[in-house]
Design a protein around this ligand. Structure first.
Ligand code: NAD
Length: 433
């Protein structure tokens, strides 16, 4: 099939590349010329393991193109996929200006019947708006499909090639076969429903996963006070198939470009129809508080933080991505700077993106975990990159001025800590403190 993908971010680029990899002819479009220039050199503007190899392979096979000419891409395609951003507005609602602009541009460019498929996460009713916007710019016929995306940054290619399921929302049953054919190269688990339900499935899924995280974090906070170990509690809970073991890792909470914005958007979606989503409001509140556990443990251990050198390991919101959107590190770093601490920051991939957003004379940018630790009064682990798990803790203890390790992701085992000589704090594992 001939596809145009609008937006070459984490979702659009990975989807476009994977659709091409399965034999479709794909043209990826972005407004940002520098991204298109990079992509035309087979360089990825985002960090995603394996993406550059797949870009090269599919460009060479003649199935994948990159352009900033949206109109040309639309005219040469049968299916147009909308994958632009839907970030939060100040009140938590989704900002639909990018998707509305893209819909208008698609409408203006149309030269015949098209299927317009929305992959961006959009509030219930948005696909109807997209339909109205496109219709305002063309008299040609078209159909709208909702195909919300569930990939995770860091494992986006594998998630796209082998998804747990594909959700398709339609209001024209005649499209079912085309949509199934397009997606069954990835999986047979294709659930077809109406558009509004498909839109809601995306928000409900992310809200549910965020709820699991905040739930286990509250259990961890109680474990700290009653002397239980949250990793054992989570393991025991997860053995029950009705609960499942995923998303039960206690830590400093979720971040990223999806959970924070989608939970807030769902609270707003509910509020707009006079429904107060009390449970989800608490999930968000718990998550916001949880990241400050790092600051309180630092104060508990070191007292006042003015002038105190502190190493920070990990800035990305999770490992294997350079994405720092809503990363807990942003607020933690800001709070510690306000307290006058001197911060030695290190992340294997996300340093450049972090530097674009945060700068202060109290920040020292480091090129290794060891450099961030040397002479510091504590190290705080904020992202569970594999690199940190491999650090020799005995050596770490010897290079720190004061051997304190605050593990915000429960990365280290009791055995590792016992041998290390470190004063150690983690989340919900009080016997290791
Ligand atoms: P992103 O910000 O990384 O990328 C969006 C891209 O769209 C940018 O490169 C931007 O330049 C481009 N763009 C904006 N308007 C455009 C236009 N009119 N024409 C052409 N290009 C345009 O966003 P993302 O992380 O890929 O997310 C996209 C959508 O997918 C969002 O709704 C998000 O909630 C959803 N989603 C994201 C993830 C994730 O892990 N990132 C997972 C599932 C769903």
């Amino acid at each position: 099939m001939k596809l145009a993908v609008i937006g070459t971010g984490y979702v659009g680029l990975v989807s476009g590349v994977c659709f091409a990899h399965k034999g479709n002819e794909v043209i990826c479009v972005d407004l940002e010329q520098y991204k298109i220039d990079m992509l035309n050199r087979a360089e990825s503007p985002i960090y995603e393991p394996g993406i550059e190899e797949l870009i090269s392979l599919n460009m060479e096979a003649g199935r994948l193109e990159f352009t900033s000419d949206l109109a040309d891409a639309v005219r040469r395609s049968d299916i147009v996929i909308l994958a632009v951003g839907t970030p939060s507005l100040a009140n938590g609602e989704a900002n639909l200006s990018y998707i509305e602009q893209a819909a208008a541009d698609v409408g203006k460019a149309m030269n015949g019947y098209k299927i317009i498929m929305t992959k961006s996460t959009v509030p219930v009713g948005t696909n109807q708006k997209i339909k109205d916007v496109v219709a305002a710019h063309t008299n040609l016929s078209f159909d709208i499909v909702s195909a919300p995306e569930f990939l995770r940054e860091g494992s986006a290619i594998n998630d796209t090639l082998h998804p747990d399921r594909v959700i398709i929302g339609l209001d024209n049953a005649g499209l079912r076969e085309t949509m199934v054919t397009l997606h069954q190269v990835f999986t047979d688990k294709i659930y077809v429903t109406d558009i509004r339900s498909a839109e809601m499935i995306k928000y409900a899924s992310n809200a549910f996963l965020a709820t699991k995280i905040s739930f286990i974090n509250e259990i961890a906070n109680i474990c700290e006070k009653v002397g239980a170990d949250v990793t054992c509690v989570a393991e025991g809970m997860g053995m029950d198939k009705r609960i499942g073991s995923s998303f039960l890792q206690a830590g400093i909470g979720y971040g990223g470009s999806c959970f924070p914005k989608d939970t807030n958007a769902l609270i707003q979606i509910a509020g707009n129809v006079d429904y107060e989503f009390k449970l989800l409001k608490s999930v968000v509140e718990v998550n916001t508080d949880q990241r400050f556990m790092i600051v309180s443990k630092l104060r508990e251990s070191l007292g006042q933080l003015h002038g105190v050198p502190i190493g920070i390991w990990g800035l990305a919101f999770k490992p294997n991505t350079d994405d720092i959107r809503e990363a807990p590190a942003l607020e933690i770093v800001e709070t510690l700077i306000q307290a006058g601490a001197v911060l030695k920051l290190y992340d294997p991939i996300a340093m450049d993106k972090f530097m674009e957003h945060v700068n202060h004379p109290n920040i020292v940018w480091c090129s290794s975990p060891q450099q961030a630790a040397e002479g510091s009064d504590a190290v705080c682990l904020l992202t569970d990159w594999e690199e940190f798990k491999k650090v020799d803790l005995v050596q770490l203890s010897s290079v720190l001025r004061n051997p304190v390790l605050i593990d915000g992701r429960n990365v280290f085992t009791e055995e590792q800590i016992q041998r290390s000589g470190l004063e150690y704090y983690s989340v919900g594992r009080p016997r290791m403190n």
